[in-house]
Every structure is written in structure tokens, then in C-alpha cells.
Design a protein around this ligand. Sequence first.
Ligand SMILES: CC(C)(COP(=O)(O)OP(=O)(O)OC[C@H]1O[C@@H](n2cnc3c(N)ncnc32)[C@H](O)[C@@H]1OP(=O)(O)O)[C@@H](O)C(=O)NCCC(=O)NCCS
Length: 170
Amino acid sequence: MVSTFQSKSTRNARIRVATPADAGYIATIENDAELKRFVGGATGKSEGDYRRFLETASDLRFLIVESSTSGLPVGICGLLTGFFSEDCEVRVILTKDYWGHGLGTEIAGALRELAAELRPGKRVTAKIHPENTGSLIVARRLGLTEDGTTLSHPYESWIHFSSPSATPTI
Ligand SMILES: CC(C)(COP(=O)(O)OP(=O)(O)OC[C@H]1O[C@@H](n2cnc3c(N)ncnc32)[C@H](O)[C@@H]1OP(=O)(O)O)[C@@H](O)C(=O)NCCC(=O)NCCS
């Protein structure tokens, strides 16, 4: 998906397209074992790996979440499409200081709006680890419903959530 999307403001944050200059921040988040505990674990990819990807990226897999008060990054998020998802899968990873204040719900809701704008006709989905309580709460608050579980690893299952219809009205 080649997108003209640049940024979207929410009540407390701004979501913007990641640039190669964000590679270090993304590598730090993606290699933080605690943040990635329920999201596939640390990737082991380097800042250089992410920089090379971001130099040619044309999808919305890596977006930066910035605090609207400080302007500093507070996490990453993205929409997974094409090769990664038949639908439009949302993911949000915030740094721990920002958990539990409603920001995850706010960013996920903004991603749902973005999906409706940029991927009309697609369902909004989320793939969530059964022990990821915060994420399960966010998905249900968004109105996504469970539509199955898969086992992608002998010890790891994922609960699949999706919007009841394509491109829902927020
Ligand atoms: C998942 C995540 C994005 C949620 O963000 P958040 O800002 O904490 O979400 P919100 O505050 O909007 O909502 C989370 C709710 O779950 C609750 N919650 C979180 N963990 C919980 C737990 N272990 N037990 C009970 N409730 C829990 C919070 O208290 C909050 O409810 P409240 O608003 O009634 O207080 C954030 O925790 C995160 O980045 N986690 C690491 C990455 C991750 O797992 N991402 C999900 C990928 S699908």
C-alpha cells in the first residue's frame, strides 16, 4: 500500500509516519523484552535493519506515537496489511510509563479510523495473546469481537478479534 498518510492527531497524541531517523527508537522498542512479551518477543533486528526498511517503506507498519504535550515519542503503532494481513490489523506498543491512562484505547481508536479511511472494505482486526489483559480490554472497548484462536507455536496461542463489518463507523 502506498499511502499519502502523514499524521493524525488524537486528544493526547500525534500519530505520524516513521522516517529513517526513527530507526533507533523503533529498534529500542522492538528489542524491549517486556514491551514485546506478548507481541512476539524481541525481534533482534538492529537500528540499521530498521533504517534500511524505513528508507523504502511504503506501508503503515511503523508509525510513531508522540505525546502532544512534550512532542516526544511515547510508543509505536501500525496497520498491518497486504502480506501481513488479509484485513487491516492494528497494533500498538506504548512505553510502560504511559500504560493504564487510556492512551492505548485512544491510539487504537485512531488506527481504526485510519483503517476506514485508507483501507475501505477491509475489516479491522487484532491478534492478541490470551494473557495480554490490557490489550484484550482495549480490543473489546473498540467493539472488536473474538472470531477464533490459532496456535502459531507449541506454547503460544493468539486470540483473533475483528470488527463486525468492514470499515466500521467510529
Ligand atoms: C496494550 C497497551 C497498548 C494498552 O495501552 P494502555 O494505554 O495501557 O491501554 P488503556 O489504558 O487504554 O486500557 C487498558 C485497560 O486495561 C487495564 N489493564 C491493563 N493490564 C491489566 C491487567 N493485567 N489486569 C487488569 N486490567 C488491566 C488497564 O487498567 C486499563 O483499564 P482502565 O481504563 O479501566 O484502567 C499497552 O499496555 C502496551 O503497549 N503493552 C505492550 C505492547 C502490547 O502488548 N501491545 C498489544 C499488541 S496487540
